[in-house]
Design a protein around this ligand. Structure first.
Ligand code: NAP
Length: 257
């Protein structure tokens, strides 16, 4: 159980992060939620409160290097140090899909700032309190693109491999101290980010959205954010104490490594 744990979910306003925040709050955790779009956070916070849970909103842009400290300081002042850090916020390939030779350098930098540097800084700042307490969880939402490439998504693919490496590096350092670091690697999941990606693929392949959806996984559909959240919430629990340094696919059997 995660009851009363202090949890931070980045990118909680919609999609996978929102599903994680709702599920973990329903289990009695105190959930700090952050993203740039205040309205989405307000809606989520209200929904959590209505269900009897506790949410605390911080609006921030994780492309800003100062944001991780601002966010963690705000949570610490409100509830105390973060015990479960869920690095979920991310930028997809579909914002600027291009072959490598035409890749947008600014988009490369932005992707790495949000997808890699922010989880690195948040982990670096949150880990000391976890290690001091002898209990903590770092859960990174990577992707199956940490294992197989996304066409015309060099920055995304490289960033998700980097998150996988970061996860293993943390896991090695914290092993045996009550703290774990793991990554969830979702397959194609029905969120706003992926809606844009499948529109790009439909256009590129000359297929309908229905065809793309059907081929998104061996389940004959895209995964749901709730199916990804279930695994992230498990990793936050005491029951997952022996799981450390793992990259866990939730993809319906799309990839096997
Ligand atoms: P989404 O629906 O687009 O949600 C992304 C979340 O991240 C939003 O809340 C967004 O909020 C936040 N975010 C983006 N840029 C940010 C920034 N600069 N600062 C702070 N927050 C920011 O995407 P999703 O599909 O749920 O993605 C969640 C995670 O799952 C990502 O790491 C993604 O790479 C990973 N993933 C997704 C899929 C998929 O098929 N959907 C597959 C594998 C992995 P604001 O825009 O309001 O800031």
């Amino acid at each position: 159980m995660v009851k009363d744990r202090i949890v931070l979910v980045t990118g909680a306003g919609r999609g996978i992060g929102r599903a994680i925040a709702l599920q973990i709050a329903a289990q009695g955790a105190r959930v700090a939620i952050t993203a740039r779009t205040e309205g989405e956070l307000d809606t989520l916070a209200a929904e959590i409160a209505e269900a009897g849970g506790q949410a605390f909103k911080i609006t921030a842009d994780l492309a800003d290097r100062a944001a991780p400290k601002t966010i963690l300081d705000a949570v610490a002042a409100y509830w105390g140090p973060v015990e479960v850090l869920i690095n979920n916020a991310g930028i997809g390939s579909s914002q600027s899909p291009r072959p490598l030779v035409d890749f947008d350098d600014d988009f490369w930098d932005l992707t790495f700032a949000v997808n890699v540097t922010a989880p690195y800084l948040l982990s670096k700042l949150a880990l000391p309190a976890m290690l001091k307490a002898g209990w903590g969880r770092v859960i990174n939402i990577s992707s199956i693109n940490a294992k197989i490439p996304a066409l015309h998504g060099a920055a995304y693919t490289a960033s998700k491999h980097a998150v996988a490496g970061l996860t293993k590096a943390i896991a090695k350092e914290v092993a045996g101290q009550g703290v774990t670091a793991n990554a969830v690697c979702p397959g194609v999941t029905a969120t706003l980010m992926n809606d844009k990606r499948i529109e790009y693929d439909a256009e590129r392949l000359g297929q309908s959205l229905e065809e793309i959806e059907k081929n998104a996984s061996p389940l004959g559909r895209r995964l749901t954010p709730e199916e990804i959240a279930e695994v992230a919430v498990f990793l936050a629990s005491d029951g997952a104490r022996a799981v450390n340094g793992q990259l866990i696919n939730v993809c319906g059997g799309t990839v096997f490594t």
